[in-house]
Design a protein around this ligand. Structure first.
Ligand SMILES: [Zn+2]
Length: 134
């Protein structure tokens, strides 16, 4: 059975990415991060958008949920974790309206991997050591 827990370490990573200006348009107060165990999906992470009717029905301000796959994500080197989290945050468009940018959008083609590499090099081995799950 799949089990999910809050993922404060992934949230901290996202905060670092936003604070460093790699992803600037995302309001992290409206994004939740969870870690799933025994997940059925085969990627490191995925993101879900909550559309307005869903937010109203659930009485939540949360627009996005980023889910990491514990078995695949947790063993990654820090630089790869950064790349994965940047990738998921890049799916969020301006305005955080619950929709998702596709992989064909300009943001993916121009920014993601170059910025991820720069940040990964800058941060590797420093602040990241505090962010690994215990
Ligand atoms: Zn993607």
């Amino acid at each position: 059975m799949t089990n999910s827990l809050d993922a404060p370490d992934v949230e901290a990573l996202a905060k670092l990415i936003v604070d460093e200006g790699v992803v600037q348009h995302v309001d992290l107060n409206r994004v939740r991060f969870i870690r799933s165990f025994n997940a059925r999906f085969r990627s490191y992470a995925r993101i879900f958008g909550l559309s307005r009717p869903i937010r109203e029905a659930l009485k939540t301000n949360v627009c996005y949920v980023v889910e990491v796959n514990a078995e695949l994500f947790d063993g990654l080197p820090s630089a790869e974790k950064i790349r994965v989290v940047i990738h998921e945050l890049t799916h969020i468009p301006n305005g955080c309206n619950g929709s998702l940018r596709s992989h064909r959008s300009r943001s993916f083609r121009t920014n993601t991997h170059r910025k991820a590499r720069v940040l990964a090099v800058k941060l590797a081995g420093s602040k990241l050591d505090d962010l690994n799950p215990t």
